[in-house]
Design a protein around this ligand. Structure first.
Ligand SMILES: [Zn+2]
Length: 309
């Protein structure tokens, strides 16, 4: 519209006025036809003349509009308007896909709302918890079990006494409690080594291994759980036993974990008399085979075990 010349705009205004006048006259014709038939007998001549006059003016207006519109070119012919300006010119919704797209979107939104409500109900029934929900007897057993660190002292004593009795031929096990409820288990394995385990409940929390000639008591006679062996071989074995406690750790069966470690520890009784299963040598870098396989209990040098893997 902005690119139309003043003459064209004037023609357009004229055409719009003619259209308005035509519509007004046509409305009058139909109005008179609908209102006037009741009085046709009395005033038929007058009404017919009036109707004829109105129809004539309609005819004239139509002729004028046709004549005026022929001088008007297409609305956008002289302009460089984009197609977007045609939207207001042609608002027929059947020719655009907007309505169909709206219906499609509405259906999807409705469906999504329905699915979301189903999902919400399902999630309410199955709330996420850090502890997975089990079923059947396993759930009952889990609820009854208690943390491995919180077993009463009497239960720990029963376990340790059974170990003392069971392995009395191969190792000497003694228990002291210098720091309250935590048991300090001291193990003497033949004439090879001494091991110290600190238990919190049924959990092994600290391990030290020393030589047979070394002691776990300080100069004041108290139990010393901190000092390390002065021999490199036992320092290395301390590291391996600490790793083994993590391997055997079983929170659901803490007594089995302690027993397994004790049985595995017995394999060190041949520390200085068994060659490495990999290289067949007794010494490597001045050390005997300090590692014992966690499953087979076979002896390996630390480096030979790494190569084995
Ligand atoms: Zn070796």
């Amino acid at each position: 519209m902005a690119n139309q010349t003043p003459n064209q705009i004037e023609q357009l205004h004229k055409a719009l006025k003619l259209t308005q006048r035509l519509r007004s006259n046509v409305t009058q014709v139909f109005q008179k036809l609908s209102d006037g038939f009741e009085d046709v007998e009395k005033k038929d001549k007058y009404l017919l003349n009036d109707l004829h006059k109105t129809l004539s003016s309609v005819n004239t207006d139509l002729s004028d509009l046709e004549a005026g519109s022929s001088t008007l070119g297409p609305l956008t012919a002289a302009s460089n308007s984009t197609n977007s300006t045609l939207i207001c010119v042609d608002p027929i919704i059947d020719k655009t896909s907007t309505y169909t797209q709206l219906i499609h979107t509405y259906k999807w939104t409705d469906k999504m709302k329905e699915q979301a409500s189903y999902a919400s109900n399902l999630l309410k029934e199955n709330q996420f918890k850090r502890t997975p929900i089990q079923s059947g007897t396993f759930t009952k057993r889990l609820r009854r079990s208690q943390p491995a660190c919180c077993y009463p002292q009497s239960n720990v004593d029963v376990l340790l006494n059974s170990l003392i009795h069971q392995y009395r031929d191969t190792m000497h096990i003694s228990v002291v409690r210098p720091l309250g409820s935590s048991a300090v288990v001291m193990i003497v394995l033949g004439k090879t080594l001494k091991a110290l385990l600190v238990l919190r409940g049924m959990v092994i929390e600290w391990v030290k291994v020393k030589g047979y000639t070394e002691d776990f008591h300080g100069e004041d006679g108290k139990v010393d759980i901190w000092s390390s062996s002065r021999y490199q071989v036992f320092q290395k074995i301390t590291q391996h036993v600490t790793a083994a406690t993590l391997h055997y750790y079983a929170p659901e069966m803490p007594d089995i974990a302690i027993k397994s470690l004790i049985i595995w520890l017995q394999s060190y009784s041949t520390l200085f008399s068994t060659p490495c299963q990999k290289c067949g040598q007794f010494l490597q870098n001045g050390l005997p085979p300090t590692w014992r396989d966690l499953r087979t209990k076979k002896a390996y040098h630390e480096r030979c075990k790494l190569m084995e893997k």
